[in-house]
Design a protein around this ligand. Sequence first.
Ligand SMILES: Cc1cc2nc3c(=O)[nH]c(=O)nc-3n(C[C@H](O)[C@H](O)[C@H](O)COP(=O)(O)O)c2cc1C
Length: 317
Amino acid sequence: MSESPAFFIRDVPIHGPLILAPLSGYNDQPFRRMCLEFGAALVYTGLLSASAILYGSQRSDEMLRFHADEHPLACQLFGSDADMLAKAARAVETLGIDVLDFNMGCAEPKIVKGGHGAALLKDPAQIGRIVTRLVNTVRVPVTGKIRLGWDAGSRNYMEVVHILEDSGAAMIAVHGRTADQQYTGLADWNAIAEVKQAVRIPVIASGDVRCAADIPRIQAHTGCDGVMIGRAAIGNPWIFQHRDLPDILWEERKPVIMEHLRRMVDFHGEIQGHRRFRKHLRRYLTSTDVSRQQRRAFLHCEDLATFTTLLENVADV
Ligand SMILES: Cc1cc2nc3c(=O)[nH]c(=O)nc-3n(C[C@H](O)[C@H](O)[C@H](O)COP(=O)(O)O)c2cc1C
């Protein structure tokens, strides 16, 4: 941990610029902890539905099982009803989170259809009402994650970030694409730089950090306080040490893969742990000499003993 914080989210010190982006379907407790141990200065949950939290859904209960070591931790909520969001925020705050994040960037059809996530960018006044309400409800700092707008014709990010700041948000993360773009095209780092110039609260840049060399590039380009790493962290927690997978020898990967899987099995149970680990494992196995046959065996394995043997049988390279 660096001596002096890189920046503060209101009164929460963040000891470094690199942040694990919210990644639904990936950011469970084992992955968040791995990333923190490798140097992430802040980790996010994936997005959690305010209504599902209030109805006590099994999925959100699992997503809300935090480990004592998991700090600083941002819990991300989505929804569009200020009352419901405030109640859910109060409930998750008691679980010991450090930051409450509000999602205005998810462009998944099932989320925006309900008027949530990036659909809120079409209604900046409602964003202001929700964030004001959240800020007045919880003691932890409230932050927001946005895209640049709904589509190319409505890139209203400057209006939205001013509303967020005026409503009391303590930090803004900007994914430099519109909702309409999903993940196509390039993230617009110029727009993120524009946001950084315009507000006094910390700004986090998100989008297209694909390798370690992109980290100083996005920092220099945007002047942001922090950098979010999303897809490039999957199967590569070393990115938080500015290292790329092709540079990680198998003998160094092996214990990390094993430890990640063990934690997945501890957290999710034997079968689910192995199954959910596969999407991480596919990435861990890139740029290796693992044969197609070995890869298939890994991806079908559902017990730790067999997995250990498979790992040992891959020659060190
Ligand atoms: C599989 C996946 C799940 C994601 N889930 C979320 C989410 O739950 N909340 C959110 O704000 N953004 C989510 N995002 C967007 C990322 O946080 C990030 O802004 C985006 O992927 C761009 O960064 P990257 O190029 O580093 O991946 C997700 C992205 C991916 C690929």
